[in-house]
Design a protein around this ligand. Sequence first.
Ligand SMILES: Nc1ncnc2c1ncn2[C@@H]1O[C@H](COP(=O)(O)OP(=O)(O)OP(=O)(O)O)[C@@H](O)[C@H]1O
Ligand SMILES: O=C(O)[C@H](O)[C@@H](O)[C@H](O)[C@H](O)CO
Length: 231
Amino acid sequence: MTPPKIPQPTGAMNPLFIRRPLHPRSKSTRSSPVRNDKIPQKHMWIVTGPAGCGKSTVAAFLSQQLQLPYIEGDDYHPALNKEKMTKGIPLTDADRWDWLITLRDAAASALQASSTRTGVVVTCSALKRKYRDVIRVAAYNNHGISVHFLYLHASEQTLMARVAARQGHFMGAAMVHSQFESLEVPGETEMKDVIAVDVNGPLSEVKAFALEMVREELGVEEEVRRKSQEY
Ligand SMILES: Nc1ncnc2c1ncn2[C@@H]1O[C@H](COP(=O)(O)OP(=O)(O)OP(=O)(O)O)[C@@H](O)[C@H]1O
Ligand SMILES: O=C(O)[C@H](O)[C@@H](O)[C@H](O)[C@H](O)CO
């Protein structure tokens, strides 16, 4: 007997699958189990990645284009953390813990500050899975909040060169290697809320792509919510 034909994945034909090289995801896996799709969502756009990947640059652009407030994660590091990084000493989990919680809560407060505010853009290296999980708690605490990570990625060599060329920043190029040592690239199990953005290319393309991804994400969520309201 001839075995049944197994349908082949069609993802390769979808341009989104090509442009999300790390963890392409299907639109059908959108809604998280903690999310009530009938509640209007406010969005945390967390721009992540190792030092020099362009978090601040991309976040400022998204904030301006989407008319959303922007919270710079580095402003929330205690002085001791900045001192360590300035001296070339990598932060530990313990150094990052309170910072992550404070930053997450500041982002949640910014969303709650106004009933018409629909989102906030935040920079946060969020290098490890457990750090991203700390931020995700915002959505568990408040089901009206959606957390999204834009994971900016490029080679260590590229980021080292960008940080070396940057002027007047506390983080030196020698620290980039330690950032990659800490980094846990978002894996398969995180594909629901992580959008991978390749930042090896020119800034204009990176910005346009990041904005396109955010708009697409908003469109998908709106569609899910609209459908849920039909039932
Ligand atoms: N796609 C790009 N192409 C070329 N240069 C870039 C690109 N993205 C960012 N840069 C430059 O690289 C440097 C690092 O960018 P930026 O400061 O935004 O990164 P960051 O992730 O916020 O860094 P940090 O975490 O160290 O604060 C800046 O000088 C910026 O202009
Ligand atoms: O977790 C960390 O090690 C820090 O957040 C760093 O990533 C820096 O603050 C940032 O990259 C500045 O260059």
